[in-house]
Design a protein around this ligand. Structure first.
Ligand code: AMP
Ligand code: ZN
Length: 116
């Protein structure tokens, strides 16, 4: 079972923010911004590249829950970044689809400088 499936089951502790039948949200263990939490579907989907048409509803719920929590945490006016790292080039390290929500500071764009 993957790390995030174990977190959903409570086999690995997490700082839970929200849970319902479909989604689970918790603070990232290594925050990269003043606010940094993750929202995941309870269904194990490996990455955004593995998403199927039948996953549209649950992934929509992941996005909506991130928005709701971002508002609860006071980010509605200032904004936030919603990120799905996907596979090797994006640096995905946990292969259970997850949305990062980071906020509480300004972010640059593009996120990484081009090489060369
Ligand atoms: P990614 O690099 O997009 O796959 O993101 C995985 C994220 O999961 C990283 O930001 C990690 O800090 C975070 N992470 C790894 N293990 C845990 C954990 N046990 N609890 C909370 N967040 C975690
Ligand atoms: Zn999983």
């Amino acid at each position: 079972m993957c790390l995030f499936c174990k977190i959903i089951k409570g086999e690995i502790p997490s700082k839970k923010i929200y849970e319902d039948d479909d989604v689970y949200a918790f603070y990232d263990i290594a925050p990269q911004a003043p606010v940094h939490f993750l929202v995941i579907p309870k269904k194990h989907i490996e990455s955004a590249m593995a998403m199927q048409p039948e996953d549209c509803e649950i992934v929509g719920k992941v996005l909506y829950r991130g928005q709701q929590i971002a508002k609860d945490l006071g980010l509605e006016e200032s904004g936030a970044r919603f990120v799905f790292n996907c596979k090797e080039d994006a640096g995905q390290t946990v292969f259970h689809l997850h949305m990062h929500v980071v906020g509480g500071q300004k972010f640059g764009w593009p996120p990484f400088p081009k090489e060369g």
